[in-house]
Design a protein around this ligand. Structure first.
Ligand code: FES
Ligand SMILES: [Fe+2]
Length: 355
């Protein structure tokens, strides 16, 4: 299959992250646009998160600007059409004795809450089977210390973020001096296609021994020369899992091992925008080497926004250049772009299945 560099596959038949569980407070209305679908969401009095089309059936007014009444009834702020938590229209003030037309009912959007994450399925509800909700086991368990980001709006297609995550040769020069250096670019990469919980997945693995850690990582973990095992796995179009394992030479797997499991959640808004969230996890109880009063995860997270900002900057700039006509231009791929090519093929395949 020939992959068009400029195509932005909008995959709807998959689970996307709408937020962390803690982001959904009981009775608080939220608006999300995911794969161009406007959704109104809230956590009901019974504790369940619900979602449906945010356009009022009457005149498209955004229901996220409405009001929740007693009994989990959502009232549109314009003319007062009311909906229950299943999206059924239950009353219309201007038609007090006339009932409600069934056409005014909304179809509930599938929501799943798992491992501290709220997932939504913006696509065809009848096509969920076989595509599991991704697991993020480290989040919300006592075995790991977890810190979650705020949602970040990125004016770029979400595919560019996944490509960024699967190709860490950009650690030099983009992250030079913090988590990156030129030595990073010399670590050979192994590539593997997998299926995880029914979701197509791309895994890259980089292993190095006698490796001098770049300054920021050396500080985070209190290590200098290490054995390093680093994987990046696009678990589904919605999430990339990064696992970094470091230890003094010969000590991987021992109690001297350090590192993190980092989840990146990429939720497309439309072709030109996405929301990026991350969750950083270090083993519970590990301390920052230079200050034992500080959890290791807190030290890592202190430095991390700077790295994320560098990536965000690159994605935005890269996306801007797609506004120009190709006019003979095409990308030149090198050996280390294997994961990006594989990813594009997987996304194109998913998009073709939906079409
Ligand atoms: S637009 Fe919502 S009630 Fe009229
Ligand atoms: Fe990066």
């Amino acid at each position: 299959m020939r992959i068009d560099e400029r195509s932005w596959p909008m995959i709807r038949n998959t689970w996307y992250v709408a937020g962390f569980s803690d982001d959904f407070k009981t009775g608080e209305l939220q608006g999300h646009t995911i794969t161009r679908k406007p959704l109104v969401m809230w956590r009901t009095g019974a504790g369940e998160v619900v979602a449906f089309d945010a356009r009022c059936s009457h005149k498209r007014f955004p229901l996220w600007d409405g009001k929740l009444l007693d009994g989990d009834v959502l009232e549109c702020a314009y003319h007062g059409f009311c909906y229950n938590s299943r999206g059924e229209c239950v009353s219309i003030p201007a038609q007090a004795s006339g009932g409600t037309p069934s056409k005014a009912n909304k179809v509930a959007v599938p929501v799943s809450e798992k491992d501290g994450i709220v997932w939504v399925w913006p696509g065809d509800p009848s096509r969920q089977s076989g595509r599991g909700v991704p697991s993020t086991l480290e989040i919300g368990t006592a075995d790991w210390d977890t810190r979650c980001s705020e949602p970040m709006h990125v004016p770029a297609n979400y595919r560019l973020l996944i490509e960024n995550l699967l190709d860490i040769t950009h650690f030099y020069p983009l992250h030079d001096g913090n988590i990156g250096d030129i030595a990073n670019s010399y670590i050979p990469v192994e590539l593997e296609r997998q299926v995880i919980d029914g979701n197509p997945s791309v895994l890259t693995t980089r292993q190095a021994t006698d490796y001098q850690l770049p300054p920021m990582m050396s500080d985070w973990f209190g290590l200098d020369i290490v054995d390093r095992h680093h994987t990046h796995c696009m678990v589904s179009p919605a999430v990339t899992r990064v696992e970094l394992r470091l230890a003094p030479v010969g000590k991987l797997g021992s109690e001297d091992e350090r590192g993190y499991v980092l989840y990146h959640f990429h939720t497309p808004i439309d072709d030109d925008n996405h929301v990026w969230r991350w969750a950083m996890n270090c083993k519970a109880g590990l301390k920052y080497a230079a200050d034992q009063s500080m959890a290791m995860v807190d030290r890592v997270v202190e430095g991390f926004p700077k790295v994320v900002e560098q990536d965000r900057w690159a994605l935005e700039k890269q996306h801007e250049m797609f506004q120009h006509d190709d006019d003979g231009y095409s990308e030149v791929h090198i050996k280390t772009d294997g994961a990006v090519v594989m990813l594009r093929r997987e996304l194109a395949q998913l998009a073709a299945e939906e079409a």
